[in-house]
Design a protein around this ligand. Structure first.
Ligand SMILES: C[S@@+](CC[C@H](N)C(=O)[O-])C[C@H]1O[C@@H](n2cnc3c(N)ncnc32)[C@H](O)[C@@H]1O
Length: 272
């Protein structure tokens, strides 16, 4: 079978994935902290850390505030980048050359696999195969996060995919979509459209569920603005409430909506 790996540029920046770390620490705390049985060895894997391992190290620091013994494995397709990162390695922080067939040892199941800003090239049809490949390394109930963020991390969108044991073909459950903005570019739902995960980006067209979702979000945002909520964080918060009235599975947790996060978990999953 041909490799799913494709070379990409290594651009990254400090703080780019910080908002994702904050979300995971708050809403996946149990997953990050779990230490029973094989979970004691279960690692966090950052796939494709780029020309500097900044985001891996930032996540390691954030997650170890919850689980000081957590082992972190940064994986990079580019051998020179993997070699250069060795200066930041220590007993619990490893950097290894490898691709989607992750270079993990048998005694290193993954609790969390993150693949951010990787799937920019190559056919979108192959994305589910990449998800399946990466999810194979997860503990049951482990999480795969795959998506993209802009250069500074001001706008971020990601798939939340959960490993389950009852799926016939190892496909992870496409549990939800996570959106985040820090409001530095203001806010309108369209802000997220170009940064959607690769397999959804081309589907924002009439008749597709993701198009319906954006139409509903835009209508809710417009209604919020018409009601006087023009300040971007207010408009975001009000639009979340309005969207939840129009679309099932929108999380109305007040912390999320007041910090620029929107999580959509359609009951049947993001199966489109
Ligand atoms: C744009 S950088 C992203 C860096 C970082 N994840 C971030 O979000 O800022 C993408 C990196 O992923 C690496 N990469 C691409 N495909 C990969 C694969 N299949 N396995 C491991 N690394 C990969 C590239 O070599 C590149 O260094």
């Amino acid at each position: 079978m041909p490799s799913l790996d494709t070379k990409t540029r290594g651009r990254t920046s400090r703080g780019r994935l910080r908002a994702l770390d904050v979300y995971l620490c708050r809403f996946e705390q149990a997953l990050l902290e779990r230490r029973d049985g094989p979970w004691a060895q279960a690692v966090f894997v950052d796939v494709g850390f780029g020309e500097h391992p900044w985001t891996t190290l930032e996540s390691a620091q954030a997650f170890r505030a919850l689980n000081p013994a957590l082992t972190v494995v940064g994986v990079e397709l580019d051998a020179d980048r993997a070699a250069a990162a060795q200066v930041d390695a220590d007993a619990r922080t490893h950097f290894r050359q490898g691709g989607f067939d992750l270079p993990l040892r048998a005694e290193e199941p993954a609790r969390l696999v993150r693949a951010m800003n990787l799937l920019r090239q190559g056919p979108a049809e192959r994305v589910p195969e990449v998800h399946r490949t990466l999810a194979r390394y997860l503990m049951p109930s482990g999480l795969l996060v795959e998506g993209s963020a802009d250069a500074t991390g001001a706008v971020l969108c990601a798939h939340l995919l959960r490993r389950r044991t009852d799926a016939p073909d190892d496909a992870p459950f496409r549990e939800g979509l996570l959106f985040h903005t820090d409001f530095s570019h203001g806010f309108a739902p369209v802000l997220f459209r170009d940064g959607l995960p690769r397999d959804l980006r081309r589907k924002v067209r009439p008749g597709e569920p993701i198009h319906d979702f954006f139409s509903a979000w835009t209508a809710a945002w417009q209604a919020a603005r018409d009601a006087g909520h023009t300040h971007p964080p207010d408009a975001f918060r009000e639009a979340t409430v309005g969207l939840a009235e129009r679309v099932g599975g929108v999380d109305v947790d007040p912390w999320l909506s007041s910090h620029g996060y929107l999580v959509w978990r359609p009951k049947e999953g993001v199966c489109f």
